[in-house]
Design a protein around this ligand. Sequence first.
Ligand code: NDP
Length: 303
Amino acid sequence: MTTASIIDGKEASARLKDSIAKAVAELKARHGIVPGLATVLVGEDPASQVYVASKQKTAHALGMNSVQHNLPAATSEADLINLVRSLNSDPAINGILVQLPLPKHIDALKVITAIAVAKDVDGLHPENAGRLVTGGEALVSCTPMGCIMLAKDVRADLTGLHAVVVGRSNLVGKPVAHLLLNENCTVTIAHSRTKDLAAICRTADILVAAVGRKEMIRGDWIKPGATVIDVGINRVPTAEGKSKLYGDVAFAEAVSVAGAITPVPGGVGLMTVACLMVNTLKATCAQAGITDIAVPTRLPAKA
Ligand code: NDP
């Protein structure tokens, strides 16, 4: 029985953040520019509050400016879009992140589409999604970017590997699949209508789980030695009134089969925030026409 190496998202994201902080300091020293990130939170969803706070804190820690807009849950779609438009035209703001999910009365796609493509640091604007598919210069959504960085940290060249992505959302599954295709993987995208999912998963050299179902992927679905990237975050209430996080993969089973695996928590989630900072830096440089700052495209080597 083998034991997988655990892909440590905390350590990996610290490496990435370190390289971003250095690039941000260089940008300031050489060009006098400090990246500015605006986060917009509508309502009081506790998980969203935690995510936004962590994004703000990370931006500050890396030397960026950040402003947070907290709007009441009853905010109208028109008012939210007006705020986005004012941020679009604010020269101190280089990146705009509207935290999802939005309240039901607001059309999230309309709001995302209102964000200037160049400031869409969440990479969810249809034009950025399209550029990812057609091979143009895109701001790539953060969680998928983090998944690829972690997979490439395990194995630098993914060429020719069979990647199975379980989940086809615009937020995770589809962009991950396209990024893997760009890495020359042979990619299978599975979803709720896929037949014999377990057998398909067993053929994966790289298995990305982005489903949102606690421990759906069992240990015997995994090819021995595979790299398993578990995106799922499933919150289960505990008897003490708190909540415990589970991934989409049955970690305790998978760890004895996989070659490398991300834990939940402590895996992909931590990379998401760091990749948002990559995008904010990238957007800032692009908006100013700056090409002499090294925006990280992969995890720096371990020291
Ligand atoms: P969605 O609900 O938008 O998509 C889930 C996908 O899983 C769909 O494509 C769905 O298929 C598929 N699916 C559902 N049930 C099954 C099944 N039984 N077998 C196979 N496929 C199935 O979720 P997201 O993509 O937004 O998120 C996925 C997970 O990742 C969630 O747990 C979410 O919390 C987590 N997440 C984590 C992030 C992080 O930073 N770590 C960031 C974003 C998300 P179909 O299309 O056919 O309905």
